[in-house]
Design a protein around this ligand. Structure first.
Ligand code: NAI
Ligand code: MG
Length: 335
């Protein structure tokens, strides 16, 4: 049996609610006897900052480093003090955000299956800038090294998952300095993957085409902020933030998190959809090369969706987080 040390950061708002649900699902996998988890619960976020003045204590970062993988739920207003430094300091350069249409989930189009690969360490989120009383500057930093490694990651992912096309999303017609470096890097990586179709698209056109013809996309690779925005748009396409998982992957560490935030409008009511967090846990299992266990979690979620009887309010039902978690575990046990 393989045991994994998993760092969990529940955070704020609905974070602890969805984390508890995902941990229960992973615990249920342990009953199969093939896998085990030692969870280390770590603190970070608004609540912690309110109590101690610090949103991300160094111990939390160190503990994530020492773990086999991290699960992060969501933090509130301290997001830029917590998840951004975690991504940057652990060099989790690839933010992978799949958006898939699921059965019985109200969505705009039902044949969406795309993966957004977002550069996660630089761009406008490098936090280089200054502020005066009546002005502000944020500098967009794009390097060949980071652009090449994210492009390689996107093409490797396409190859691994049998996907035929990579679209590089940019704004080179205006931001030619930075997007120029990014596109050159993408083109050189594309040249070494002739079997995968490569196309380039300007970000505003891409935002529109994602709505009109999402089935034309496969893998999208882009810079930090474009990826942030397009992945929420893609989440909207497939039924909302309750359904979209993500991975932050580096060469040494990885953290898996739902795309959503702390959902203050529903926090504390026990009605958050835990599926995005569970699907993030499934991505974690895949990264740990526990493919069978990863598929088991995804299949259990799919079965509950297909059945359609137990749904949280965001999917048009009235089930509580706890009820849907039990339903998923019931299915998981049968697989
Ligand atoms: P949000 O993702 O928290 O919520 C947007 C909308 O989606 C809300 O109506 C919410 O109820 C709904 N929603 C989100 N997740 C859901 C789930 N699992 N089940 C059912 N409904 C769900 O985004 P918002 O409202 O813009 O931000 C709230 C807070 O979260 C802010 O303080 C923000 O800074 C933080 N945030 C943190 C992130 C992170 O930790 N990575 C990412 C995004 C936002
Ligand atoms: Mg976002």
């Amino acid at each position: 049996m393989t045991r994994y040390k998993i760092a969990t950061i529940p955070g704020d708002g609905i974070g602890p609610e969805v984390m508890e649900a995902a941990v229960k699902v992973l615990r249920a996998l342990e009953d199969g006897g093939g896998i085990g988890f030692d969870f280390v619960r770590l603190e970070a976020g608004d609540g912690l900052k309110g109590r101690t003045g610090v949103a991300l204590p160094p111990e939390t970062l160190d503990e994530v480093k020492r773990s086999d993988a991290g699960l992060f739920a969501a933090v509130g207003e301290t997001a830029k003090e917590v998840i951004l430094p975690l991504r940057q300091r652990l060099d989790l350069y690839a933010n992978v955000r799949p958006a898939k249409a699921y059965p019985n989930v109200p969505c705009l189009k039902d044949d969406v299956d795309i993966v957004i690969v977002r550069e996660n360490t630089e761009g406008l989120y490098k936090m280089v800038g200054d502020r005066g009383p009546d002005w502000g500057i944020n500098v967009r930093v794009i390097t060949r090294r980071a652009s090449e490694r994210i492009a390689r990651f996107a093409f490797d992912l396409a190859e691994r998952e049998g996907r035929g096309k990579v679209t590089s999303v940019h704004k080179n017609n205006v931001l030619d300095k930075t997007c120029g470096v990014f596109l050159e890097a993408c083109r050189s990586v594309a040249a070494s993957h002739p079997q995968i179709e490569y196309e380039e698209m300007i970000v505003d056109a891409c935002a529109m085409k994602l709505i009109l013809a999402p089935e034309k996309f496969d893998v999208l690779v882009t810079t930090n902020m474009f990826g942030d925005i397009l992945s929420d748009e893609a989440a909207g396409l497939v039924g909302g933030l309750g359904m979209t998982p993500s991975a932050n992957i580096g060469d040494e560490n990885a953290i898996f998190e739902p795309v959503h935030g702390t959902a203050p409008d529903i926090a504390g009511r026990g009605i958050a959809n835990p599926m995005a967090m569970m699907l993030s846990a499934s991505m974690m299992l895949e990264w740990l090369r526990e493919d069978d266990e990863a598929k088991t979690v995804e299949r259990a979620v799919m079965r509950v969706l297909k059945d359609g009887r137990v749904r949280t309010p965001d999917l048009g039902g009235s089930a509580k987080t706890e009820e849907i978690t039990s339903a998923i575990i019931q299915e998981l046990i049968k697989i």
